[in-house]
Design a protein around this ligand. Structure first.
Ligand SMILES: Nc1ncnc2c1ncn2[C@@H]1O[C@H](COP(=O)(O)OP(=O)(O)OP(=O)(O)O)[C@@H](O)[C@H]1O
Length: 599
């Protein structure tokens, strides 16, 4: 464990050094300043000694020492504090960026569903401040360690009995260890409730949730839930803090009793001329200083412990991220065209932490160049199928084949460059319209570029969204969303059509997924859109691309080359619309129900 903590300290030092070697070094000057300041009892002792023995030499030494320690201590301290405070923010930004990078390192999304990962991430995010202050805590620890060392030297010089007070370090260390352990346990025990509390309090201020909560008069219920979860979240911390405070009071009392005893003893000796007035003065001042030293050691251990725990969580997540990234080792380039199509062979998949398989022993072939509709009741597994085809999740059993190559062997980044899609829960990118649509086909590299306006306009036309653009005051330059002071807010359907436009920017993808892309669209727009889908799908099929449309609207399904009916995570039926209608099975039944609804 000590080795692990030393490695964590090494990580913090390296990070700070990379950010600014000079500030990292200057921050240590504060410790030198502290040494000077903790020599004060010695200098005061010299002054008293000079006055009582009429020694000019001692007097000059004492006064000079005080002047030097005060001025230099102040200057060095100020320089050090400036350096470490300046570093805090930069180190905080660094770790924020690193945590975001770690989250995105893994090619798949499995980790984002893993409750253990989410708990650790929550606990880490709660303590991100401690991570930003990591170097600060280290410097504080050094500062607070030089203080006892200096004080002990001064105390030993004044009177060896004062060293007895150091025995207080034993219960203080025990206190520090216990409180660290309690706090760690509190953080672990409360992480899940903390996540839930954040979720509920997020809903309480979310403008989207606001109207439903008002209509159902559910605000009070929500507030009660926030209160309950926050209570559960904070309870372990409150218990840990109360126990820690009780122990700390005990340690302080012990110190006061011991210090009073020693001072009375020393005063008795001073009165009987066994020790000098100078030594007694130094002793009195050192007793006060030693108490400060023990107190600051306690808080050092507290903050250092907090920092080391947070660094430990950070390292856990970094290792988890690396393992998750290494879990998909595929590097083979994706093919430029599909000849056979996409195949799922005996695929089973269960979401992390879930009891039930979302897809079970699924065999499916999606022939190259076809437009395929996937239908099925809620929870049948349609979105999960898309998640597996786009490599968002790894299958638990079986394999997904791109032509004859298992998806596991492909570089997922490369495969995704050959995919495109519009999703039910699409992104509302509050950027300019050009950027919001243009991210659909960014050029690879560190400074990704947006495709030409011409391509964006063509994509919006394919998505039947040209009228959305025409209504924007500054066309592609319009800032979208209310996070901009003059941003234009769009309706749900308009956002969705821009999202479909985004999906159309990438030319001839090998897999185009449209996961309920028309759920927020009016029938006229939906109709216009499907005419264009067919044209887009033809372009896609030139490279053998597969277009997969997940929909609950059967009017869309009839024109697809093939219809797949999913039920309970497996294929219930498949064929053309005509074949399935003729078979009179589940599809014909659902189609009949929907058609009856429209009559
Ligand atoms: N993130 C998740 N964690 C755990 N289980 C999930 C998750 N997402 C979906 N499931 C479960 O997987 C099964 C399939 O869900 P999926 O979203 O694929 O269904 P769907 O057919 O797309 O449904 P819908 O028509 O409602 O969108 C469901 O039983 C669902 O409860």
């Amino acid at each position: 464990m000590i080795r692990y903590h030393l490695q964590s300290i090494g990580l913090v030092l390296r990070t700070s050094w990379r950010i600014s070697p000079s500030a990292t070094l200057i921050a240590f000057l504060e410790a030198v300043g502290r040494v000077l300041q903790y020599l004060r009892p010695l200098f005061f002792g010299l002054i008293v000694g000079g006055l009582t023995t009429h020694s000019l030499h001692l007097l000059v030494l004492g006064v000079g020492g005080i002047a030097f320690s005060e001025s230099c201590g102040f200057l060095l301290g100020t320089a050090g504090v400036q350096a470490r405070v300046g570093l805090n923010e930069r180190i905080g930004h660094h770790f924020d960026a690193e945590v975001a990078r770690i989250s995105g390192t893994a090619a798949t999304l499995d980790h984002l569903q893993d409750p253990q990962y989410r708990d650790q991430m929550h606990a880490l995010r709660e303590r991100m401040g401690a991570l930003g202050m990591a170097y600060n805590s280290l410097i504080n620890a050094v500062n607070n360690l030089v203080a006892p060392v200096t004080t002990i030297v001064v105390a030993a010089g004044a009177d060896l009995r004062l060293l007895l007070l150091l025995l207080i370090g034993v219960p203080a260390t025990w206190w520090a260890n216990r409180t660290m352990r309690w706090e760690q346990r509190a953080e672990d025990a409360s992480a899940a409730a903390g996540r839930r509390s954040k979720h509920f309090s997020g809903l309480a201020v979310d403008p989207v949730a606001a109207s439903e909560l008002r209509i159902f008069g559910a605000r009070n219920l929500l507030l009660r839930l926030v209160g309950r979860e926050a209570g559960e979240w904070r309870k372990p911390f409150a218990q840990a803090e109360t126990r820690g405070a009780a122990l700390s009071t005990g340690v302080t009392l012990l110190y006061v009793v011991a210090a009073t005893g020693i001072l009375v003893w020393m005063a008795h000796d001073a009165l009987h001329g066994r020790i000098s007035a100078a030594r007694f003065t130094t002793g009195v001042l050192v007793v006060g200083q030693l108490r400060d030293v023990v107190g600051s050691l306690q808080s050092t251990v507290h903050f250092l412990g907090q920092m080391l725990r947070t660094v430990k969580r950070y390292r856990w997540l970094a290792e988890y991220g690396e393992t998750a990234a290494a879990a998909h080792a595929g590097t083979t380039a994706a093919p430029e065209a599909l000849h056979d199509g996409l195949t799922l062979r005996g695929v089973s998949f269960r979401y992390p932490g879930s009891e039930r398989e979302a897809l079970h022993d699924l065999d499916l072939h999606l022939p190259a160049g076809e437009v395929i509709a996937v239908v099925g009741e809620n929870g049948a597994g349609k979105s999960t199928l898309i998640g597996l085809l786009t490599g968002m999740y790894d299958v638990n059993a079986g394999s997904v084949l791109v032509d004859s190559t298992p998806l596991q062997q492909l570089s997922l980044d490369d495969w995704r460059r050959h995919c495109s899609g519009a999703f039910q829960d699409h992104l509302k990118l509050e950027l300019t319209a050009r950027e919001a649509v243009g991210v659909g086909d960014l050029s690879p590299g560190v400074a990704p570029a947006i495709p030409s306006d011409e391509r964006l306009l063509a994509a919006l036309d394919d998505a039947a969204a040209s009228d959305v653009l025409a209504a924007l005051p500054d066309g592609l330059d319009t800032r979208l969303g209310s996070s901009w002071p003059s941003g234009v807010e769009l309706s749900g359907g308009q956002w969705q059509r821009l999202a479909i436009g985004r999906a159309m920017v990438r030319r001839s993808p090998l897999l185009l997924v449209l996961d309920e892309p028309t759920s927020a669209l009016d029938p006229a727009t939906e109709h216009a859109l499907f005419d264009r889908y067919s044209a887009a799908a033809k372009a896609t099929s030139r490279a053998g691309g597969v277009t997969l449309i997940v929909t609950h609207r059967f009017s869309t399904v009839a024109s697809a080359d093939r219809v797949i009916v999913l039920a309970d995570g497996t294929v219930a039926e498949q064929g053309t619309h005509a074949e399935l209608m003729a078979a009179g099975g589940r599809y014909a039944q659902l189609y009949g129900l929907q058609a009856a609804g429209y009559r």
